[in-house]
Design a protein around this ligand. Structure first.
Ligand code: NAP
Length: 246
């Protein structure tokens, strides 16, 4: 029997993750597993946006930081859905806890690193053997311009995202022979809840395209990388930042 192909998007309730869920369902026809941490109402809006257009999706709550929680939720889901296969993983969940290094509390360091790096490990490690058996898959990691160039006031976040870019390059080489690609995207300023407290009118002057990006624009790039069209791109990090850094 042919398996139902799923894409799992961590942090799919809001922002870039939400738009990615919607586009992957609509443009690539995957059933979507919408992960979120706590904002169930927002996750349900993502779900509705997909099902209203005739797509298939379901919610899967877990905290990407919590290895036990990730494994139990994913294993339970796999047991309950033996005819399904998660073929696309978008490691998107991320947080910021900004502040200068000289005042940075250990908790802000740990939380940001754990969400990005342990989140990537916990989710990808659980699903990778299924991808290897499938001999096809797509992994897309949402990094940041901060991981490429470093951003003052974000030593924790820059370290986490640079680490994720390193992991992307290494894993890509490990699993390329099984026709699984691993890529990262590195967005600049994107209009989401994460950037809502930033002064856009000032900061847009730093951007050659003179505006913040939209979550849909990042989702388009992720969707391309998740598609068969991107079959010869792996280990790559693609900047999407309006020209602030290349
Ligand atoms: P956002 O609007 O703040 O949304 C964050 C999403 O991540 C939410 O769905 C949230 O779930 C989820 N999340 C956070 N911690 C989680 C955890 N421990 N476990 C599971 N889910 C978790 O952020 P965004 O701007 O869309 O950012 C998405 C990704 O893009 C992040 O990795 C971010 O670092 C990266 N990025 C963003 C920008 C930007 O300018 N916005 C730029 C570069 C990179 P709940 O709704 O349940 O809280």
């Amino acid at each position: 029997m042919k398996k139902t192909k799923y894409a799992l998007v961590t942090g799919g309730s809001r922002g870039i993750g939400r738009e990615t869920c919607i586009k992957i369902a609509e443009e690539l026809g995957y059933a979507v597993l919408i992960n979120y941490q706590s904002n169930q109402a927002a996750a349900e809006e993502t779900l509705k946006a997909i099902t209203d257009k005739g797509g298939k999706a379901e919610l899967l709550q877990f905290d990407v930081n919590n290895a036990e929680g990730v494994n139990s939720k994913l294993n339970e889901w796999k047991d309950a859905n033996p005819d399904a296969l998660i073929e696309v993983i978008v490691n998107n969940a991320g947080i910021t806890r900004d502040g200068l290094m000289m005042w940075m509390e250990e908790e802000d360091w740990q939380k940001v690193l754990n969400t990005t790096l342990n989140g990537f490990y916990n989710v990808t490690r659980n699903l990778i053997q299924d991808l290897l058996k499938n001999r096809y898959g797509r992994i897309i990691n949402v990094a940041s311009v901060s991981g490429m160039k470093g951003t003052p006031g974000q030593v924790n976040y820059s370290a986490a995202k640079a680490g994720l870019i390193g992991a992307t390059k290494a894993l890509a080489q490990e699993i390329a022979k099984r026709n699984i690609t691993v890529n990262a995207v590195a967005p600049g300023f994107i209009e989401t809840d994460m950037t809502q407290d930033l002064d856009q009118s000032q900061l847009k002057n730093l951007v050659p395209l003179n505006r913040f990006g939209k979550a849909e624009e990042v989702a388009d790039l992720i969707c391309f990388l998740a598609s068969p069209k991107a079959s010869y791109i792996t280990g790559e990090t693609i900047n999407i930042n309006g020209g602030i850094y290349a």
